[in-house]
Design a binder for this molecule. Sequence first.
Ligand code: NI
Length: 192
Amino acid sequence: MNEQLISEAKRYIEGLFAGHSDGHDAEHSLRVFSNAMKIAENEAECDIEAVALAALLHDADDHKLFDTKDNENARAFLNGHGITGSKADFICQIINSVSFSRNRGRKPETIEGKIVQDADRLDAMGAIGIARTFAYGGKQGRSLEDGIKHFHEKLLLLKDELNTDPARRMAAERHRFLEEFIEHFNSEKQEL
Ligand code: NI
């Protein structure tokens, strides 16, 4: 894997997400990258560089944050680093197979897509998932109760929607912590 290309991709997303602090930020993309690398280490053969770049760039054109079309931001980085044609298309195809809302019930077709999707979903679980839920909810003007609703509509379902065994192992503790958090939340609420 071209390490320099990877560090330039990290720098690119740091610039792109500058000023964002709502859970869809550069740190999220960096964690998804590191989750993806851990999954890929234990998964059958895959194009590791495509996994790395897709993980780092997976939110570069997220419609909640950017008004771009056809993976414009991701492609700008890739093309600027000599990645064009079918290789750039492949990376964008991985990116487009990741989104929870756009792909409900549909699994990515490639192992690379499965890995990056799992890596993204892991970051919506556990302590980080909880922190991101309330950070994003607060920005949207949502109440804590709305945040808890989001647990039931999305976060608690993720464990059974993962594609790869390494991700399932990484998810177990994070899922348990989500359940424990809800238990505590509900019991503290009843004390009012
Ligand atoms: Ni994401």
